[in-house]
Each structure stands twice: as structure tokens, then as C-alpha cells.
Design a protein around this ligand. Structure first.
Ligand code: NAD
Length: 348
């Protein structure tokens, strides 16, 4: 069977990626919409064949509990709204797929996890990179030690942003600046690739004085994470440089590099391997697949087979705990030890 999705929020990500991707899903289908813009919703509903009875406003959202066609609520709203719509959605008895960052704080993440546990519904954070084939392949090669032990990771996710009035530049709506929005990809993907959790972080934060874009949220964060194996990851995120999104994993006998690592498509995976006095370079080409469709079908499969999602709420909570430590380190100007994990069993 196909699992029925209600998509909440009809902004860029929903209109340009998620709704089209639902069309290429094998186990998931669009059945309902939730929006604060009735006119836009009417047009989108007509385009995707969603019945008007399955269109909800933010006010009528709770009535979704009476709609048997809806199994999953996919929350694609500004970050500050994730907590409320998750809690209300869980109370309506629906499984929740929530966009990243999971919320604005670890306290909100805990509330969301508790609400879903109490309602006995599943909660997954939409970390699409963890379902993207090139990134999965790189992780597999690292964890099989194809290039020997990992020694160092270098990752950045940078873009330029131009509109100070956008919600991403309002602290109350976004929770922060470059770090929770795009730096999160470096943090989450490094943890995913290494399969271990940092024990210490050290960070710098900077915003150009007087730039209206960065009145409320930060322009740049650069941070290091130390892992139990001795690996150090050096990460950076910026809201005010030309787009660049890549990481490289340096190992004893070679390296793996991912360009366009966090993009919607076009991932470019290459490697170099020491072979005596030679160095073998390889571009590891894989078939392009829609990562949003893979991610939604994974969650649908978990619902059909009653399995725990690969990126459960605890995965989001762990990132928020680390981001709070990163901000603390930047503020205090010294390393911060990580003494607690979100949940040992849920993290890989
Ligand atoms: P967007 O600004 O394009 O859309 C946000 C939607 O929320 C709009 O339809 C808007 O009308 C609605 N909204 C409701 N209340 C609002 C308010 N008070 N202020 C502003 N908008 C309000 O944003 P987006 O890029 O679609 O991002 C939505 C979510 O998806 C965010 O959490 C973002 O981090 C996440 N996202 C994830 C990815 C990914 O690759 N996984 C990519 C982009 C965005």
C-alpha cells in the first residue's frame, strides 16, 4: 500500500521539491495539504488532484485526526513552527516527518519526542543526505575502512543570502543563522559518515557589524569537533560567500571527496588511493536518484513494517545539543566538552 502524506506549508521546498518528489515515490502518496494561504492551496490542490475536503488551514489543522487517508504529516514550515505542528499532529494520531533543523532548541526537540512517544506515533527528521546514494556510498567505504582509518574531516556549507526580511534572518523564527540552516549539514553528515559522536567542540562565530542581514542571526560559524577515535572534523558555514558545499574525508591510505555534497542533485564523489608509489584517482559515479522520494519512502516503509526510522527524533535532538555547545564555545572562546548523548540506542 501507499502511505498517505499531508504536507504542511507550501513554500519553496514543498512546491519545488517535495510535492514533485511525491509523484516519483513508490510507497508514499500526497493526500492532503495544510497552508495559511487559501488561494495558493486551491491552485496547488488542483495541480496535484487533492480534494478540497483534504485541504486544511493552520486553524483547522487538528481536524486532520478525522481523516483516515492521512498517515503522515510532513512539516515544512519555518523552524520555530516545527514544535507546535509536531505536537498538534501527534495529538491527532498521525506519524510526523519534520524538516531540519528539528526545532529551535534541544528543549523543543525533547517536547516533540515526548509528544510522539505519548501518542505512539513515529517521528523522523528529514535528513535527506542520509538517504542520498553518493553520501551513503561514501559512508560505506569509510566504515569498511577501504582507505584505512579516518584521520581528519574537512567540511563546509556556504551560500550567500540577500533578503534581511526573510524569516531565515529573524532569530525568533529561524533559531539562528548559518549554523542551524546550512552548517547543520556538515555537522549531521560528518556524524553519519563517521558513525561516532563528538566528545568536544570548539568554535568561532562572526557577523559583519552593520550588515542588516546579520542583525539578529549569525553570518559565519567555524568549528572543530573531536571524536573518541581521535578524528578531528573541521567545519565551517557562511551566509555571505559564493555557494560552496563540500567535504573531504582524509584517511591513512587515501581520501574521499564529495562536491555538491548537500545539494538536491549532482553529488560528485571522487577518491584517491595510495598504491605503492602511485596514487589511483577514481570518480565514483552512481545513478542519480531523487533523495526526497527516497527519504519519504524510507519513512513509509518504517510505518508499513513498524520499524524505527533511520533518522528518528533523537538524531535531531543530538544535533541541537551539539549546536548549543558550538554556540557556547564561540561565546566563551574555549572548547566545550560533550558529556551527554541524546540517546545511545537511537544513534548510529
Ligand atoms: P519558505 O520561506 O519558502 O516557506 C515557508 C512556508 O511557511 C511558506 O509557505 C510560508 O507562507 C509559511 N509560513 C507560515 N508562517 C510563516 C511565518 N510566520 N513566516 C514565514 N513563513 C511562514 O521556506 P522553505 O525554504 O520552504 O523552508 C521550510 C522548512 O524546510 C524550514 O524548516 C527549512 O529549514 C527546511 N528546508 C529544508 C531543506 C532540505 O533540503 N531538507 C531545504 C530548504 C528548506
Amino acid at each position: 500500500r501507499r502511505v498517505g502524506y499531508a504536507v504542511v506549508g507550501l513554500g519553496h521546498l514543498s512546491l519545488e521539491e517535495i510535492l514533485p518528489a511525491l509523484g516519483s515515490c513508490k510507497k508514499s502518496k500526497l493526500v492532503a495539504l495544510v497552508s495559511g494561504s487559501p488561494d495558493k492551496m486551491k491552485k496547488v490542490a488542483a495541480q496535484y488532484g487533492v480534494a478540497s475536503a483534504n485541504c486544511y488551514s493552520y486553524e483547522t489543522y487538528d481536524q486532520i485526526k478525522n481523516n483516515k487517508e492521512v498517515d503522515v504529516i510532513y512539516i515544512v514550515l519555518p523552524n520555530s513552527m516545527h514544535r507546535e505542528f509536531t505536537v498538534r499532529g501527534a495529538a491527532a494520531g498521525k506519524h510526523i516527518l519534520c524538516e531540519k533543523p528539528m526545532a529551535n532548541s534541544q528543549a523543543e526537540c525533547r517536547e516533540m519526542i515526548d509528544a510522539c512517544n505519548k501518542a505512539k506515533v513515529k517521528l523522523m527528521v528529514a535528513y535527506r543526505i542520509q538517504y542520498q546514494p553518493h553520501n551513503r556510498k561514501l559512508r560505506e567505504l569509510v566504515q569498511k575502512k577501504e582507505f584505512g582509518d579516518v584521520k581528519f574531516v574537512d567540511a563546509h556549507n556556504c551560500q550567500s543570502s540577500a533578503n534581511p526580511d526573510h524569516w531565515r534572518h529573524k532569530k525568533a523564527l529561524a533559531g539562528g543563522g548559518a549554523l542551524p540552516d546550512i552548517g547543520l549539514y556538515c555537522l549531521n553528515t560528518t556524524r553519519f559518515v563517521l558513525g561516532e559522536e563528538p566528545v568536544e567542540v570548539f568554535a568561532y562565530q562572526y557577523s559583519t557589524p552593520g550588515n542588516p542581514l546579520f542583525k539578529e542571526v549569525e553570518e559565519m560559524v567555524s568549528w572543530q569537533m573531536r571524536f573518541p577515535s581521535g578524528v578531528v572534523a573541521s567545519c565551517a558555514t557562511h551566509y555571505n560567500v559564493h555557494e560552496s558545499r563540500r567535504y573531504r574525508v582524509l584517511c591513512e591510505r587515501g581520501w574521499l571527496s564529495m562536491d555538491k555534497a548537500y545539494a538536491y542533485k549532482g553529488q560528485d564523489l571522487s577518491s584517491a588511493k595510495a598504491d605503492g608509489k602511485m596514487e589511483l584517482h577514481q570518480n565514483i559515479g552512481l545513478a542519480e536518484k531523487n533523495q526526497f522520494a527516497l527519504e519519504m519512502d524510507h519513512f513509509s516503509d518504517c510505518i508499513i513494517k513498524n520499524k524505527r526510522p533511520f533518522t528518528p527524533g533523537e538524531e535531531g535532538l543530538q544535533d541541537h545539543m551539539l549546536m548549543e555547545a558550538i554556540y557556547q564555545s564561540a561565546k566563551e572562546g574555549k572548547p566545550v566538552k560533550i558529556t551527554a548523548l541524546a540517546d545511545n540506542k537511537a544513534l548510529h
